[in-house]
Design a protein around this ligand. Structure first.
Ligand code: BTN
Length: 243
């Protein structure tokens, strides 16, 4: 499978999306950058990475007949594949903060940016971008970030880590068509960060309130139980988990 290694690029997601428009990409084509200079995060945020210390890569996946309304499944399978791959390396205490931050303890270890190419309510292909903090010693400007090195005390080989994550990711994605949405959803819910614990949330208006994460809906919204024991559902821009 094709692996494109770049010494520097603005964003591996952007690069791979552009490449997919001008060439017939082999399924699984992966682009990895030593230095990503303008990494993109979710909801227009930027993604910080340290050259040679972090993993920044994107994987191209083609679908033959996948309904757009099932897109949450792609998010779930990618998050679970990342966790699976980390566990296979002996890394413990990994969870998934909704929708798809990978946590080590209570710090953010990795972020995922999935960008779908769609037509007529089908996902034709997707670019899965993963940024993982690996051998970083500290994050002076990021309060909540953690690296694998900080989490385990060990250094990791970036190439070996990349091939483990990519192999697991592609093998799980290959099984996606055969997976039931409810089984996958239950697996994802099992891994949710701060599930069944009282947490502080902030809504789009800046109000803070206590709630308990109970799970997700079929289309990927977060289900939170309020103090009055009502279950509310939230989309991406509607809620933020504060602790
Ligand atoms: C997030 O948590 O906000 C998602 C971060 C995703 C970052 C990765 S790094 C590789 C790929 N290229 C990008 O520009 N972004 C993703």
């Amino acid at each position: 499978m094709k692996l494109i290694k770049l010494s520097a690029i603005d964003s591996t997601n952007h690069y791979l999306k552009q490449l997919s428009k001008v060439s017939e990409l082999e399924d699984g084509t992966t682009v990895v950058a030593y230095d990503q200079t303008r990494g993109k995060g979710q909801q227009g945020a930027s993604w910080f990475s340290e050259p040679g210390k972090s993993l920044t890569f994107s994987v191209f996946k083609r679908f033959s007949d996948f309904d757009l309304e099932k897109q949450a499944m792609v998010n779930w399978v990618v998050s679970l594949a990342l966790k699976k791959s980390l566990i296979s390396q002996g890394i413990e205490n990994i969870s998934v903060k909704w929708p798809n931050d990978i946590m080590a303890g209570s710090g953010k270890l990795a972020g995922i940016l999935i960008e779908n190419q769609t037509r007529k309510r089908k996902i034709l292909s997707t670019v899965i971008g993963i940024g993982m903090n690996v051998n970083n010693h500290e994050f002076p400007e990021l309060v909540n970030a953690i690296s694998l090195r900080m989490h385990t005390g060990k250094e990791f080989d970036l190439n070996q880590l990349l091939s483990s994550i990519r192999d697991t990711l592609l093998s799980e994605l290959d099984q996606l068509d055969a997976m039931s949405s409810s089984t996958l959803k239950a697996q994802y819910e099992n891994e949710l960060f701060r599930r069944d614990q009282v947490s502080v949330f902030e809504n789009a208006e800046g109000q803070k309130w206590n709630g308990i994460i109970r799970g997700v809906t079929d289309d990927g919204k977060l289900q939170v139980e309020t103090e009055s024991e009502e279950i509310l559902m939230f989309g991406l821009k509607e809620i933020r988990l504060l602790n």
